[in-house]
Design a protein around this ligand. Structure first.
Ligand code: AMP
Length: 113
């Protein structure tokens, strides 16, 4: 996906603050943090949104959630955190490469805005 900003970040064409990567996933700091800790976890494979997942992506999604839990521990989020993926216009999605926001370091509120 040549025009995808997150694919460009994975390729190193756009700089980012990488916190973790392996052969399947990539994690980096959000450029506009909404919490003291705000990390984006994305698959290296381009998938536009939650709506575009196939059954073949089940293990990949499990790996992303496991990576989030590992990073939460690494970043000291012992009191808890939020993991969220915005989907589509009403969901507030602005970048169409599926991503999970790992947010922590402050009290989260519910319902979200
Ligand atoms: P969403 O609105 O759920 O699609 O989330 C997209 C997120 O990507 C937002 O929180 C943005 O701040 C973040 N973002 C956009 N461009 C960059 C970038 N170049 N580096 C890091 N984070 C970015």
């Amino acid at each position: 996906m040549q025009e995808c900003i997150f694919c460009k970040i994975i390729a190193g064409e756009i700089p980012s603050q990488v916190v973790y990567q392996d052969e399947k996933v990539f994690a980096f700091k959000d450029i506009a943090p909404a919490a003291p800790i705000h990390i984006l976890i994305i698959p290296k494979k381009h998938i536009s949104s939650l709506n575009d997942l196939g059954v073949e992506d089940a293990a990949l999604m499990g790996h992303i959630v496991g990576t989030a839990a590992k990073l939460a521990k690494e970043f000291g989020l012992d009191k808890g955190y939020r993991l969220v993926s915005n989907c589509g216009e009403d969901g507030g999605q602005t970048v169409y490469h599926i991503h999970f926001h790992l947010l922590g370091g402050r009290q989260m509120h519910w319902p979200p805005g």
